[in-house]
Write a protein that binds this ligand. Structure first.
Ligand code: NAD
Length: 263
């Protein structure tokens, strides 16, 4: 079959690891030029090398904090200058952040997760608009989580769940606004996926105060699938939602959790 992203330009945020890395590779395999937005320069470099092996020149490293408005504006400009156009954005960068009792959480800790997950998503969507308008349309996919939609089992992760629920609401509002420009906006809600995200958890030592027994603890292999999800299994959906095959899908949220939300 013909590659779905031949001569297309895609931005992937959080492209250096996990779901973002898997998506960047798939986009490149399908012919796309990919802006690799990533905070960690070594991770960005490593994925860039993987893209070089797929198709030389298909990756552009943008070392950027998605919550920094000026840096993001400049990075979008660079992608446009290098590749031209903008067909899809996978707003995927995210952190777990503060985990602990609300009673003992500082506002700054709460806001850090909101800044990256919601602020970064906001900028990723906002900055795409002028380029996609010029392009005659586009597709934006946001990585939310079952933690923001259906499964509120990660006790202590109130900033994370708040940010993830906010992403689902924002995507619907953006879909409503941007349909007139041919821009679609959807969210993906993954269950537990094997990635590096647990490195970003900042657990409060008083977490034990609010611990409760769960039917199956998040992080454990759930009884339906018997395993965690893989980054590829989320990336396949991200690529589909970014492609013309999903042209009548907008403002929706799709769960990829092997049935985890049912439990
Ligand atoms: P990951 O940590 O493996 O990858 C995320 C990447 O984003 C990292 O390379 C990190 O350096 C980068 N990043 C973090 N903050 C950034 C910032 N401010 N600016 C630019 N880059 C930044 O994690 P992942 O699991 O692949 O996470 C991707 C998305 O998937 C996140 O939004 C996360 O909330 C969501 N998600 C993950 C799971 C899971 O179980 N892993 C479940 C549901 C949703």
């Amino acid at each position: 079959s013909t590659p779905r992203f031949e001569n297309k330009t895609v931005i992937v945020t959080g492209a250096g690891s996990g779901i973002g890395r898997a998506a960047a590779l798939k986009f490149a395999q399908e012919g796309a030029n990919v802006g690799l937005f990533e905070l960690d320069p070594e991770r960005a470099e490593s994925v860039w090398g993987e893209l070089e092996a797929i198709r030389p020149g298909s990756g552009l490293i943008c070392v950027v904090d998605v919550s920094d408005p000026e840096a993001m504006e400049e990075a979008y400009r660079q992608v446009n200058e290098q590749f031209g156009g903008l067909d899809a954005v996978f707003a995927n960068a995210g952190i777990n952040g503060a985990k602990g009792p609300i009673e003992h959480m500082g506002l700054a800790e709460f806001q850090k997760t909101i800044d990256v997950n919601l602020g970064g998503m906001f900028l990723s969507v906002k900055l795409a608009i002028p380029y996609m308008k010029q392009n005659g349309g586009g597709s934006i996919v946001i990585t939310s989580s079952v933690n923001g939609n259906t499964r509120f089992s990660s006790i202590g992760m109130s900033p994370y769940s708040t940010s993830k629920a906010g992403q689902v609401a924002f995507a619907k509002m953006a879909a409503l606004e941007l349909a007139r420009y041919g821009i679609r906006v959807n969210t993906i809600c993954p269950g537990a996926i094997t990635t590096n995200i647990d490195e970003t958890t900042e657990e409060n030592e008083l977490m034990h105060e609010i611990a409760i027994p769960l039917a199956f603890p998040r992080g454990g292999d759930h009884p339906l699938a018997g395993r965690h999800g893989l980054p590829d299994e989320v990336a396949d959906l991200a690529v589909f939602l970014s492609s013309a095959e999903s042209r009548h899908i907008t403002g929706t949220s799709i769960t990829v959790d092997g049935g985890e939300s049912l439990l």
